[in-house]
Design a protein around this ligand. Structure first.
Ligand code: C2E
Ligand code: MG
Ligand code: MG
Length: 644
């Protein structure tokens, strides 16, 4: 038997291995991966037919039907290879193979392969490509050269295509893509001279392996944990879509409770959650023939990307996902409900560029309360809050410049003294375009941008100016509570700055109480602790704000010089629950035993006032007495009550 059959068999084995490894590395998603799979499959079929063809040639097998079939199969797939290869190259550079505007060219591209197929189909009768002579020997027909012409045309088209994108691609990728050409040419040249020398399959197998090593690296495109496509690949795909003006539909899935799950069920639980979610998404996509590319970005953000053709399925798929993701999963023997927020976006119609899509997608679920329904991007855009969120940075800067920030005061009532002993300074931003903006929105944004330091200075200056005023002195209010944000606490110069402002207005330190949230102190940074100790030494007292919302880190509470603890409203809202009453009773007793004073926040009814007075809270703050009000209104409010 011809020894070269062994080389063909070896090539076939190599290609089968490559196929198995590509699938087992999960490199099956995304256009480029799919095109690569198609390429391997085409080459593999060519190789398989080739082995039979070469073997039956070598053994002069008399069953001509089998031989005819094997040669036809081989020639078909072998000639399809350059075309599939060309398609694959276009996906690597991010182009679409068939484009409406290039329809003429596309037809041109299909012409050679159509001729080849025609010749193959008629060959049984015409013997134009090949036949078997009376000695059962395989003989090439008079139009066999058409196959070479077709292959050469595709090779040239491939070359032209690749070199059009020379600048866009990394050199190694370019070399890998282009490698198939010289290798094939060399193999074809050898084969044209000596039809028994068959290196073509082997050269194809080598190029595919080279491409697989240099271009199709899973770590470049696949997220290790979820096995979905990763963020860099997402960014690349989306950017290409926008640049090419391609329409696409996206389902955005944000899991809002990933951090809670992590706290509740540990890191393993978090991983299980992500894996479960990706499985559900994969299954729904498969079952409903969504043909979407699936991505995992980070921190519970999943994306499904539909091309224009499959876009109409997106809505039904989003609905199914919404139902299926809502079911409980058990993680570390805890039942967990996934809070999946799902949004449907049509691009570029609703969102026109990559950055907007990223910003929108990252936080869309924070803009409206979770309704449990699939939302549409256009609906969210209509919400005022979203526009504000998107423009917050400039709104804050404008606010600082145009003095749109105002300090309001909310009175705090002492149960034992039966009078208003203090007030909390709460910042308000009133924008000329968007109106009132909640501090829950602008404080976190200001922390991120760094504007919080200028804002914090402003609040303290305003409060000190007020305390130093004659109006204030007449009120009999002992001190004002001022909120400090995490970023301020972490600032090395904080203590000095606070004291400078106090000195500037000749305000004595006991007139100021600084509120730090429970979450902030759990960071337990040395800078923060130093700041607190230094200010405390200078005579400023501290309150622990929002107690009961985070980890109530008792060690910190004990270590830091906190004078007051403020029980959070969420705590208070549940006070009628008998168990919560036990928690409240004991928490209050414990804190009081540590000589701390207690403020309850968010008291809205007289019934609540009674309940917390009974629980021996020292101070009460809430809408029952007053909402936060402007300085003048506050002066009026206190004057009226204190004299009564
Ligand atoms: P906080 O320090 O816990 O302030 C208490 C919040 O509860 C205020 O919301 C107040 O208006 C609200 N509140 C008080 N009583 C009631 C009530 O009876 N019912 C209800 N439903 N709410 C009540 P606000 O003013 O929207 O402030 C939100 C948060 O923004 C504050 O929470 C604080 O963390 C932050 N913030 C406000 N002003 C400043 C500031 O000047 N600097 C810093 N760093 N943060 C501030
Ligand atoms: Mg506060
Ligand atoms: Mg609070």
């Amino acid at each position: 038997m011809d020894k070269l059959v062994y080389l063909d068999i070896a090539s076939l084995i190599l290609i089968v291995f490559l196929l198995v490894s590509t699938i087992s590395r999960k490199m099956t998603m995304g256009r480029s991966n799919k095109a690569f799979l198609l390429l391997i499959a085409t080459v593999m079929l060519a190789a398989a037919f080739n082995v039979v063809a070469v073997y039956t040639n070598a053994t002069q097998n008399p069953n001509l039907d089998i031989r005819q079939f094997a040669h036809t199969g081989y020639l078909l797939f072998h000639n399809l290879t350059p075309l599939v290869y060309l398609m694959y190259s276009t996906t690597v550079t991010g182009e679409t193979f068939f484009r409406k505007e290039l329809i003429g060219l596309d037809i041109g591209l299909m012409l050679p392969i159509t001729c080849v197929v025609g010749l193959l189909a008629s060959n049984y009768v015409t013997h134009n490509l090949f036949y078997f002579d009376e000695n059962l020997k395989y003989v090439r027909g008079k139009y066999f050269f058409v196959l070479y012409v077709s292959a050469a045309l595709y090779a040239v088209a491939g070359l032209i295509y690749i070199f059009r994108f020379v600048k866009k691609m990394e050199p190694i990728k370019l070399i890998a893509l282009a490698s198939i050409l010289p290798l094939t040419f060399a193999a074809m040249a050898v084969q044209a001279l000596d039809s028994s020398a068959r290196f073509e399959m082997f050269s194809n197998a080598l190029s595919l392996i080279f491409i697989s090593m240099t271009i199709q690296k899973p770590e470049n495109t696949i997220d290790i944990l979820t096995r979905l496509l990763n963020y860099p690949h997402y960014a690349e795909t989306i950017k290409k879509n926008f640049t090419a003006g391609r329409e696409f539909t996206e389902i955005l899935i944000n899991i809002a409770n990933t951090s809670q799950v992590q706290e509740l069920a540990g890191h393993d639980g978090y991983m299980t959650l992500l894996k479960h979610t990706s499985k559900v998404i994969e299954n729904v996509n498969k079952r409903m023939h969504g043909k979407a590319d699936l991505f995992y970005l980070d921190r519970g953000r999943f994306r499904m990307l539909f091309n224009a053709k499959n876009g109409e399925k997106a809505e039904a798929i989003a609905g199914s996902l919404n139902r299926e993701l809502k079911q409980h999963i058990t993680v570390n023997s805890r039942d967990i409900t996934i809070t999946a927020h799902i949004c449907l976006a049509h691009c570029p119609e609703e969102i026109g560029d990559f950055n907007s899509l990223m910003t929108f997608g990252w936080d869309f679920h924070k803009t409206n309360a979770y309704t449990g329904e699939v939302v549409k991007a256009s609906e969210i855009f209509e919400q005022k809050k979203f526009t504000i969120l998107n423009n917050l940075h400039s709104i804050i800067e404008k606010g600082l410049k145009n003095k749109n920030f105002k300090v309001y005061y909310q009175p705090i009532y002492s149960v034992s003294q039966r009078r208003f002993v203090s007030a909390e300074a709460l910042l308000r931003l009133i924008d000329d375009e968007y109106g009132f903006i909640s501090p829950d929105l602008f404080i976190p944004a200001a922390e991120r941008s760094g504007a919080i330091h200028r804002i914090g200075d402003f609040v303290l200056e305003e409060v000190c100016r007020f305390i130093a005023s004659d109006d204030f002195k007449k009120l009999g209010v002992d001190y004002i509570e001022v909120n400090l944000s995490v970023a301020q606490c972490m600032h090395v110069g904080l203590a000095h700055k606070v004291m400078d402002i106090l000195n500037k207005y000749k305000v004595s330190p006991e007139k100021i109480n600084l509120e730090i949230t429970e979450t902030a102190i759990s960071f337990s940074q040395k800078i923060m602790i130093d700041n607190i100790l230094e200010l405390n030494e200078a005579g400023i007292s501290f309150s622990l704000d929002d107690y009961g919302t985070g980890y109530s880190n008792l060690k910190r509470v004990v270590q830091l010089p906190m004078k007051i603890v403020k029980l959070d409203k969420s705590f208070v809202d549940e006070h009628s629950n008998p168990k919560m009453r036990i928690v409240l009773k004991n928490t209050i007793r414990m804190l009081k035993d540590m000589d701390m004073e207690i403020v309850v926040e968010g008291i809205e009814t007289s019934e609540m006032v009674d309940a917390f007075s009974e629980l021996k809270c020292d101070f009460i703050q809430g809408y029952f007495f007053s909402k936060p009000i402007p300085e003048q209104d506050f002066v009026k409010f206190i004057s009226e009550r204190q004299s009564a």
